[in-house]
Design a protein around this ligand. Structure first.
Ligand code: BTN
Length: 243
C-alpha cells in the first residue's frame, strides 16, 4: 500500500492526476493531505475540511481491463468500500445517499468525487477522491454534516481509517473485476438512503415533488415512484433529494 502524505496541497485529486501524467503509478496509490487549499466537491462545489482533523485523500485505480457496463459501477464499488469500512469501526445507521454520499442516520459523513479518464473511448483511469469527516466536531453553516467522532464520541486514527478504506477498495474492485454486476448493484441498493420512504425532491426546473426512491438503473439513474404508480428515472444533476 503506497500512501503519499502531504502537509498542504490544492486538491489531492488534482495532485494525483498530475502525478499519473508524468509517472507510472500503481493501483491503489493514495495521496493524503492534512490540508487542501482548493478541495473540490461534486458539481463544482468546494470541499472544506479542518486541517488535520479529517481524511482528505485520493486513490488511483486503472480500470482499463474491466468490462464496465457503466462507470456508475465505480461509484457503487467506492460507496460500498467506504460504507463497509465505517461498519468495521461500528459507525451506526449507515446509508448511501444517491449517488455516493455516505450518511449516518441523516447526516453526511463522507463525500466522494470520482474523476474517470477516457482513453480511446474506453474508461482507463479512475481518480477516487474521498473526503471523510473524522475528528472534526464543529460544522458551522453545515447543519447536515457530521463526523465519526460526533456520531460515536470516539477519536479515530486517520491512518487506520484510510488503510481500512483502501483495503476495502481492493476487495470491491476485485468483485467488479469478476463482473459480479448484479451482486454489486443489489448490495448498493440495500443501503440506499430513504429507499421506499416518502421523500421530497426538486427537479432541474426547480419544481418540488414527492415520491418514493425505489432503486437505481443500470446506468446509475435514480428510479423514483411518483404519482399514479409511475416510475421516473433521474440522472445525476437533474434531481435533488431535499432532506
Ligand atoms: C462531494 O461533493 O460530496 C465530494 C467531496 C469530495 C472531497 C474529496 S477530499 C479529497 C479529494 N480531493 C478533492 O479535491 N476532492 C476530493
Amino acid at each position: 500500500m503506497r500512501i503519499i502524505k502531504l502537509n498542504a496541497i490544492d486538491s489531492t485529486n488534482s495532485y494525483l492526476r498530475k502525478l499519473c501524467a508524468s509517472n507510472l503509478v500503481t493501483d491503489y496509490t493514495a495521496v493524503m493531505a492534512k490540508k487542501q487549499t482548493q478541495g473540490r466537491g461534486q458539481m463544482g462545489t468546494v470541499w472544506s475540511s479542518q486541517t488535520s482533523k479529517n481524511l482528505t485523500f485520493s486513490v488511483f485505480k486503472n480500470v482499463s481491463a474491466y468490462h464496465l457496463q457503466h462507470p456508475f459501477y465505480i461509484s457503487i464499488v467506492v460507496s460500498l468500500a467506504v460504507l463497509k469500512s465505517l461498519q468495521f469501526f461500528s459507525i451506526p445507521k449507515l446509508s448511501i445517499k444517491w449517488p455516493n454520499d455516505i450518511l449516518s442516520e441523516n447526516k453526511k459523513l463522507c463525500g466522494i468525487l470520482i474523476e474517470n479518464v477516457l482513453k480511446q473511448n474506453k474508461f482507463s483511469e479512475s481518480f477516487i477522491g474521498i473526503g471523510l469527516n473524522v475528528n472534526q466536531t464543529d460544522f458551522k453553516n453545515l447543519p447536515q454534516a457530521s463526523s465519526l467522532r460526533l456520531v460515536t464520541g470516539n477519536i479515530f486514527d486517520l491512518d487506520e481509517v484510510a488503510k481500512q478504506i483502501i483495503k476495502n477498495l481492493k476487495v470491491y474492485f476485485d468483485v467488479l473485476e469478476g463482473e459480479h454486476f448484479s451482486m454489486l448493484k443489489t448490495e448498493y441498493e440495500s443501503y440506499l438512503f430513504r429507499k421506499n420512504k416518502p421523500s421530497t425532491f426538486k427537479d432541474a426546473e426547480g419544481t418540488v415533488f414527492s415520491g418514493f426512491i425505489k432503486n437505481v438503473s443500470e446506468t446509475g439513474s435514480l428510479q423514483v415512484l411518483v404519482e399514479d404508480a409511475v416510475i421516473k428515472e433521474f440522472d445525476f444533476k437533474t434531481i435533488t433529494l431535499l432532506y
